[in-house]
Design a protein around this ligand. Structure first.
Ligand SMILES: [Fe+2]
Ligand SMILES: [Fe+2]
Length: 315
């Protein structure tokens, strides 16, 4: 393994995004954040590069100000509120689910570098959960006495695909790893599910359309926009990591790992569309988008990640 002491070099545009504080993130577009993931195989960061990015990209939920977000909420139409709640229930609950299931991945990490990176990710997912908790309390308002009660109240109940992904497949894969941390197949399947299906395909697609809608409405100075862009930058590190693990697995043993990754993805495809499908089409069309456009973006993103990993879904 190469000695990992050299700092990664970023071009000036990426350097600006890499270094932006919460306020500056208000001036940054999600598509530019996503370009971290699109840098190509020749620019793959090392695991320790990703760790160093994490060190320099710290942010605090407590530094956000939701005053304007609360005003927007009070002036919003009923329909706008419903659309926002639908999306934020999926995200809030999803962030808690990925926080609670990551520890077995750390235990199962095949190298110390991977173990270190995954430990940083666990802190990130906890912070993302707290971000939504604070938004809920200060913008929507709730009588829930604690986080567990609030999560139980807002648990999404309309998306079958979501239920299967977050309450069945993800915890059962984590359980396989907890039972046998040396189960390499479970680790590769888990990274495919967690980092490629959930983070790269579902979360970043949802974030992209919501942040772009906010930008079109001139709301980039809102606490939510800044915080959610910081979440997306964290996710870009997580997705970089997932691509790298799978790319190395395929390079190492394509006969064993390529079919395993492909099978996992094929099984998850209907769950992806089932999660992105809103109970009311107006939750998407009211903001100038169509469901097919969102699905197209999700599957284009997935295909880009697969090319970087070195596999396709045709097989
Ligand atoms: Fe997250
Ligand atoms: Fe994440």
């Amino acid at each position: 393994m190469a000695v990992e002491t050299q700092r990664e070099r970023l071009d000036p545009d990426l350097e600006r995004i890499a270094r932006a504080n919460l306020k500056e993130l208000g001036d940054i577009r999600i598509d530019d954040v996503l370009s971290f993931i699109d840098r190509g195989i020749e620019n793959m960061p090392s695991y320790m590069d990703l760790y160093r990015r994490w060190e320099s990209q710290q942010w605090a939920v407590g530094d956000l100000d939701f005053t304007l977000d609360r005003q927007d909420w009070l002036e919003a139409t009923d329909q706008d509120r419903k659309a926002t709640l639908w999306s934020h229930r999926l995200f809030f609950n999803g962030e808690e689910r990925v926080t609670s299931t990551l520890a077995p991945f750390v235990w199962a990490a095949p190298t110390p570098e991977i173990e270190i990176f995954l430990s940083t990710q666990m802190v990130d997912e906890a912070r993302h959960t707290v971000f939504f908790d604070r938004w809920w309390h200060e913008v929507v308002g709730t009588d829930a006495k604690n986080l567990g009660q609030l999560l139980a109240e807002i648990r999404p109940d309309t998306n079958e695909g979501y239920n299967e992904l977050f309450y069945d497949r993800l915890p059962s894969t984590a359980q396989r790893l907890a039972t046998d941390p040396k189960d390499v197949d479970a680790f590769i399947e888990g990274i495919t599910l967690y980092h490629i299906v959930i983070e790269a395909t579902l979360a970043l697609t949802g974030q992209r359309f919501e942040l772009e809608s906010m930008r079109e409405q001139g709301s980039t100075d809102r606490g939510f926009y800044r915080g959610f862009t910081a979440v997306a930058r964290d996710e870009s590190r997580h997705v970089n990591f997932g691509i790298k693990v799978l790319q190395e697995a395929v390079r190492d043993n394509a006969d064993r790992f390529a079919p395993l990754i492909q099978r996992t993805l094929v099984e998850c495809l209907p769950l992806i569309s089932g999660t992105l499908d809103p109970p009311d089409p107006r939750y998407i069309t009211d903001y100038g988008h169509s469901e097919s456009e969102i699905l197209q973006f999700a599957f284009d993103s997935l295909n880009k990640r697969l090319r970087a990993i070195g596999i396709n879904l045709a097989a």
